[in-house]
Design a protein around this ligand. Structure first.
Ligand code: ATP
Length: 513
């Protein structure tokens, strides 16, 4: 099997070569952690967004969507806590001039201790076979205990330093652990500083009267400030949800993993408003429902896991991530957060306006509690794309690159190919394109030998190739080739629409949830 790093390199180069993702402003050597979606990428991204919107908004009677502006009144971010608390601790290495997140340097060190412990456990497992009692071994083996105790002590001390604002101790910890810069190997560090992740900008023409604004770092606040507008005009009854998809911006300190961590990215979020006291029930419900949505895409159950947060954000009373097995390991794909009444209460306080719900059954007003589901669209793209990209060895020993995208998400659903560029075949193929394009995104391709055209469509993730040959002229049939099995069937042109629809319809995919 290819090494993970190679796999990731393949993902990045395939995304570029086949018109999915380009580095931003590449002719000027790009802009760090900013990317553009190309002609095929934009279709895949849109299909992921639609798949989410269908399942979250259109399939739920009690969830509606909005599209709030990126610019918001600056007090929004005071109220939400982002001005004061949306920080990452950063540290620079004076020799390499590289910038790091101090918490990540320490966490990586702790993870190495964890791995040493796991190695000992694996070794012992091999030695003792079936009789192995892991819990007992971990509790009694001095070496393993030592590694794990040290790991926990380090993480606890770091959390204490960060929570209390004692950044000098965070730096002292880095020094005591003798953590070196991965680039220069030196331990010549600056102080640790808090760095706010929000991008600032200005609204207004003249320098004196211009207002300081932020580009929103999450879409959620656009939902909170519109909570009452939507509830009243939509006559929504609790429990109900408001969903939106849109751009968010974060000045990430370390952004080195392609579209996994970008400075401009897109979120798909839903805030579910519930009666206080019922939030845990809905938190569990949404955790399960969101995992089912991911699983419906068929990328393999083993590639997802939950990670429950021990350290909670200032607004949450429970939080979990759905992690995905990316080419660089399991990382957060989606967050499910029980946000309490923190945001609505804070906006009440800062705006002086009531943001309460009148519960007719209980005949009282209250500030609802909120359960949020928040998934990065770009991360979702990377998850799907990286798992779909496969190199296959065929029976005849040759290899093919195939992008096994879930067909509901594939940018192009079918490519229509005349076998040769003459004898009236292109004309018939174009007629088929004209007919199918009302329902599906389809492509026409007449260049190169048909085998090469098949391979090209495989690499683009197109589920079907439809080939028009001389027999078509006689009996109005074509061959339809399936991307994954490479099997070909002879079918009537009149059947094509039904065959494709069956395979790509959201209905059939979402029914698997
Ligand atoms: P991380 O711990 O990876 O920085 P986070 O916990 O800060 O993520 P949230 O604030 O919970 O992320 O945002 C919700 C979702 O938005 C994440 O699960 C992720 O999919 C996406 N997301 C967050 N930051 C980025 C980013 N810089 N680039 C791309 N997607 C992002």
């Amino acid at each position: 099997m290819a090494k993970q790093e190679d796999l990731f390199k393949n993902v990045v180069s395939h995304a570029k070569e086949y018109g999915f993702i380009f580095p931003s402003s590449e002719i000027y050597d790009g802009l760090s952690a900013v990317y553009d979606y190309a002609q095929n990428g934009v279709e895949l991204k849109k299909n992921i967004r639609d798949y989410w919107w269908k399942s979250m908004v259109q399939m739920h009677e009690n969830i509606v969507g909005i599209d709030a502006a990126i610019f918001m009144h600056p007090t929004t971010w005071k109220a939400s806590g982002h001005v004061d608390a949306f920080n990452d601790p950063l540290i620079d290495n004076k020799d390499s001039k590289k910038r790091y997140r101090a918490d990540v340097l320490i966490e990586d060190y702790a993870e190495k201790l964890n791995q040493k412990a796991q190695k000992e456990i694996e070794k012992a497992k091999g030695r003792f076979g079936d009789a192995f009692d892991e819990a007992q071994f971990v509790a009694t083996n001095e070496r393993v205990k030592g590694y794990l105790d040290q790991k926990n002590a380090i993480l606890q001390r770091m959390a204490k330093g960060l929570d209390s604002g004692d950044l000098a101790d965070v730096k002292a910890l880095i020094e005591e652990l003798e953590i070196a810069c991965p680039e220069s190997g030196s331990r010549n560090w600056t102080e640790v500083r808090q760095f706010n992740l929000m991008f600032g900008t200005k609204l207004g023409a003249s320098a004196d009267s211009a207002m300081d604004l932020y580009l929103r770092p999450e879409t959620a606040q656009g939902i909170f400030v519109n909570f009452l507008n939507v509830q009243k005009t939509g006559r929504m009854k609790i429990p109900f949800g408001i969903a939106q998809t849109g751009k968010a911006f974060r000045n990430e300190i370390v952004a080195r993993q392609f579209i996994f961590r970008m400075r401009e990215f897109e979120q798909m979020e839903m805030q579910f408003f519930v009666k206080p006291g019922e939030e845990m029930k809905y938190y569990e419900y949404w955790k399960e429902t969101r995992l089912k949505w991911h699983l419906s895409l068929g990328l393999g159950k083993e590639n997802y896991r939950f990670h429950d947060h021990e350290k909670l954000a200032h607004y949450a009373n429970a939080a979990a991530d759905i992690e995905f097995n990316f080419p660089f390991g399991f990382k957060e794909l989606e967050g499910i957060h029980s946000r309490t009444d923190f945001d609505l209460k804070a906006h009440e306080q800062f705006s002086g306006k009531k943001l309460q719900y009148f519960d007719t059954e209980e005949n009282r007003n209250y500030v609802p509690y909120v359960v949020e589901t928040s998934v990065g669209l770009d991360r979702m793209f990377l998850a799907v794309f990286s798992k779909a990209l496969q190199e296959e060895t065929l029976e005849d020993g040759s290899t093919r690159t195939v992008l096994r995208l879930p067909s509901v998400l594939a940018p192009t659903k079918a490519a229509i190919l005349p076998l040769v560029k003459k004898d009236g075949l292109p004309e018939v193929a174009k007629e088929i394109v004209e007919e199918l394009k009302w329902d599906f995104n389809v492509a026409y391709d007449e260049k190169d030998a048909v085998g090469r055209r098949y391979r090209r469509q495989d690499a683009l993730g197109t589920p079907f190739c439809i080939t028009v040959d001389h027999q078509t002229l006689e009996d109005k049939t074509v061959t339809i080739r399936h991307r994954d099995s490479m099997e070909q069937q002879r079918v009537a042109i009149s059947e094509l629409r039904t065959i494709i629809a069956n395979e790509v319809s959201m209905r059939n995919w979402l029914m698997k949830m």
